[in-house]
Design a protein around this ligand. Structure first.
Ligand code: NAD
Length: 427
């Protein structure tokens, strides 16, 4: 059992966190509820271990900079457990070095890893390439070969960035939504599809919106499990008033609610959900929906947050394989190599990796809390500059998060030692 696991058994995680908070003394930390690990595990979560193999895919543009900043920021965790980082190629960098955007060597390393942290791919250099030599083709190959059917996109509004949203502060303040999107089915992949010519000479284009029960079951299970780890409220989004495929979706989601009596299940039609996200987004905890509706709603939800540089995401699936954790933004070629990129979306993606793939929810909370403190202290990269903030570059932002994370880890270790001492004295 890990040191944290032992400690949680002695004093309870809540006690540990309270001591850590008192040590750090930040109002942000006091306000933040460190979620205790629940026994309800996601189907794809690895058991907590002392050592993890994490594949790094820096990719292109700002990718290498934000990857370096993220690895640096996570360094304090190495005293709790080992994160063995191994780099591999994807996207344009892989095309240049290996002639493929998703080389076999990368796939092999991916399959041997516990988890994958991806930065971003693409850039103008490869835009004119044929489809098989485009960086995006590497992303699609990765998703399909690793069986990544679930996409998790949080939209959490930090209080420091409330004014960066296009909505009024009272609407967005406190918003904390997780959109769970099915990623490998629906009208994007259904067959038959195509453009045919009718005998009249007129052309007709068509796609097939199709879901099998097992596809709905597995994504609904992810959503219910995520809801159990959060506010236990799940809103399933469909178009069951019009579409048969949505009626099947709804039937399956309702049937599965029998296994999750603690989760409050609601349903919204997709048109209403799109309105409600703008009208009163605080009503949502976890939303689950199909591929095409999720594509649109997750982008809509992320805009509540106001900055691309703050948005993490997770793609997961095969319980025996690694998940992929990556910022929502692209490779930002316009600022690449200038130390201007915001690494926080990638650092927050690493927090999702700890929570959803590596069985380390307490450490995920610590990483997120460290980011909160850095924001609270007013450090900001170019993209999130506001009045009264201190400008920092990509590397320094990583250093600041590392500094705060080190304090939290040290506070946890101190609390652990004290608790073990107290327990020994009581015996
Ligand atoms: N998953 C991915 O890897 C992914 C996603 C989207 C786009 N792309 C690729 O990225 C390239 C650029 O695409 P784009 O310009 O449309 O989108 P982009 O997200 O790269 O950039 C959009 C704008 O946001 C800024 N920005 C993005 N991330 C930032 C960060 N972390 N810190 C500060 N500013 C940031 C950029 O400077 C730019 O002004 C294209 O080749 C595109 O295909 C990749």
């Amino acid at each position: 059992m890990s040191r944290c696991g032992v400690l949680a058994g002695v004093v309870g995680l809540a006690g540990l966190i309270e001591q850590a908070q008192a040590f750090v003394g930040s109002p942000v930390l006091r306000a933040r509820a460190f979620s205790p690990s629940t026994s309800h595990k996601l189907s794809m979560v690895t058991e907590a271990k002392d050592s993890y193999d994490v594949m790094l895919l820096p990719g292109d543009g700002i990718g290498p900079e934000i990857t370096a900043a993220t690895v640096n920021a996570l360094e304090p965790l190495q005293s709790l457990f080992k994160l063995n980082f191994k780099e591999a190629l994807i996207g344009g960098a892989a095309i240049d070095a290996e002639g493929s955007p998703w080389p076999d060597s990368t796939l092999a390393l991916a399959k041997a890893s516990d988890s994958i942290l991806l930065a971003a791919i693409g850039g103008p250099k490869w835009d004119g390439n044929p489809r098989e030599l485009r960086p995006e083709t590497g992303l699609l190959a990765m998703r399909s070969q690793l069986g990544l059917f679930a996409n998790l996109r949080p939209a959490k509004v930090m209080k420091e960035l409330v004014d960066a949203s296009s909505l009024k502060p009272e609407i967005v303040e406190g918003v904390d939504i997780m959109v769970v999107r099915e990623l490998t089915g629906d009208v994007y992949f259904g067959t038959p599809k195509g453009i045919d010519e009718l005998p009249s000479g007129e052309r007709v284009g068509y796609n097939n919106m199709i879901y099998h029960e097992h596809e709905v079951e597995r994504i609904a299970k992810v959503a219910y499990d995520v809801a159990m780890k959060r506010g236990k409220r799940l809103c399933s989004v469909d178009k069951a008033n019009v579409l048969d495929v949505s009626q099947l979706w709804r039937d399956v989601v309702i049937k599965m609610s029998e296994d999750y009596p603690e989760v409050e299940l609601t349903h919204q039609y997709v048109d209403n959900a799109a309105m409600q996200l703008i009208r009163w987004p605080k009503q949502f905890d976890v939303m689950v929906t199909g591929n095409i509706f999720g594509d649109i709603l997750s982008d809509e939800a992320s805009m509540l947050v106001g900055s691309l540089g703050m948005l993490p995401s997770a793609s997961m699936g095969n319980p025996d394989g690694p998940g992929v954790f990556e910022p929502c933004h692209g490779s930002a070629p316009d600022i690449a190599g200038q130390d201007k990129a915001n690494p926080l979306a990638m650092i927050l993606s690493a927090a999702m990796m700890l929570r959803y793939d590596l069985g380390r929810p307490a450490e995920a909370d610590m990483v997120e809390a460290a980011v909160d403190v850095v924001m609270d202290k007013g450090y900001a990269t170019n993209d999130i500059q506001r009045e009264g903030t201190t400008a920092v570059g990509c590397k320094e932002m990583g250093d600041k998060v590392k500094e705060e994370l080190a304090k939290l880890v040290a506070a946890g270790a101190g609390a652990e030692a004290a608790a073990v001492g107290e327990a020994a004295a009581a015996r």
